[in-house]
Design a protein around this ligand. Structure first.
Ligand code: TYM
Length: 331
């Protein structure tokens, strides 16, 4: 059976982008593959969280994974820092990761632009740690959103380079995966790029947002003054709202508003009201389960411990073999 690995950074609440870009696939894949889903708390250290925030954020993602339907009996759910073998593999891979290729990564360049005062080495080698996450279980499929595509390409480079260096066909090539074939990019509500945690609270709709918050955010989304000619191309902020509708609403609803737009009869207020209600319906069951699971500390402890044991079984096997291949042998 093929092995699947994916993770989400522990930097706060999960939003619809995380859900439709990644988690929805996790939930489907757990029935068909050998799945490892983790909480990337080592990755979140690039932004220097306080220890209280770090722990709270890890808990939040764990709760939301379970609430979204990841089943710890089917998939292995674990916290990245509970598996020290990942950090060890990261060290080995760093020896064969080159400054030029790391500096060319789009996400690194974006981070440098956004936070020029915090360009740390962890940020530069972020794709190497991500490759270690995947390679530690020798995974071939990685369910992620479109923004992670380049990181997967780098992971393939590191896997192939290791194999070449040691002249051994050890690590398989990992590929980004989505059940719909195309990788997903969920837009935000600010009329610009993707929905994201670092793009500001109002840009993202969170799985834990109560209905009134979702309504308020959607009603405030950026729009223009409306189409002036039939079948006019939609400007990006309007296209974004339609993209969101495509994800959360029934096909008939999308077609209805698309026709209104194309015949210049659209009222954005109506479109937003409908979009907000459909988002509320999509998030409601998850939100209810988040509230329940959040209270259950003993269940969360049990899931995290059980997951760490299972993940370390697989990770320690890989590290044992990698050490042997590299040439670390005991006397
Ligand atoms: P992160 O935490 O930024 O996002 C987690 C997952 O959600 C997806 N995603 C989106 N998909 C579509 N539209 C959006 N607007 C959107 N926003 C987020 C991301 O593509 C991702 O799949 N580096 C990773 C975490 C990671 C990882 C890994 C993933 C660490 N190691 C190993 C896979 C395998 C990240 O920062 O994702």
């Amino acid at each position: 059976m093929e092995t699947v690995v994916s993770g989400i950074r522990s930097t706060g609440k999960l939003h619809l982008g995380n859900y439709y870009g990644a988690i929805q696939n996790f939930v489907k894949m757990q029935h068909e593959y050998n799945c490892y889903f983790f909480i990337a708390d080592l990755h979140s250290l690039t932004t220097h969280p306080t220890s209280a925030d770090l722990h709270g954020n890890v808990k939040q993602v764990l709760v939301e994974y379970l609430a979204a339907g990841i089943d710890p009996e089917k998939a292995t759910i674990y916290v990245q820092s509970d598996v020290p073998e990942i950090a060890e593999l990261y060290l080995y891979l760093n020896m064969n990761a080159y400054l030029g290729e790391l500096e060319r990564s789009t996400s690194f360049k974006d981070k440098v632009r956004a936070h020029p005062d915090n360009v740390n080495a962890g940020l530069l080698t972020y794709p190497v740690l991500m490759a270690a996450d995947i390679m530690i279980h020798k995974a071939t499929k990685v369910p992620v959103g479109k923004d992670q595509e380049q990181h997967l390409e780098m992971a393939r480079t590191f896997a192939n380079r290791f194999n070449r260096l040691y002249n051994k066909d050890y690590f398989p090539e990992p590929y980004a995966f989505n059940f719909s074939a195309n990788l997903v990019k969920i837009p935000g509500l600010d009329g610009k790029g993707k929905m994201g945690k670092s793009e500001g609270e109002a840009n993202a709709v969170y799985l834990s947002d109560p209905p009134e918050v979702i309504r308020k955010k959607v009603m405030r989304a950026v729009t223009d003054s409306g189409p002036t000619a039939e079948n006019q191309e939609k400007p990006v902020e309007i296209q974004n709202l339609f993209e969101l509708m495509k994800v959360v609403s029934p096909a008939g609803t999308y077609a209805h508003f698309d026709l209104l737009y194309n015949t210049c009869q659209i009222r954005y207020g109506d479109l937003k009201k409908q979009l907000a209600e459909d988002m509320i319906v999509a998030a409601a069951p998850i939100r209810e389960r988040i509230k329940e699971i959040d209270q259950d500390s003993s269940y969360l402890r049990q899931v995290a411990r059980h997951g760490a044991i299972k993940a370390r079984e697989s990770a320690s096997k890989t590290i044992r073999e990698v050490r042997e291949i590299i040439g670390f042998r005991s006397f």
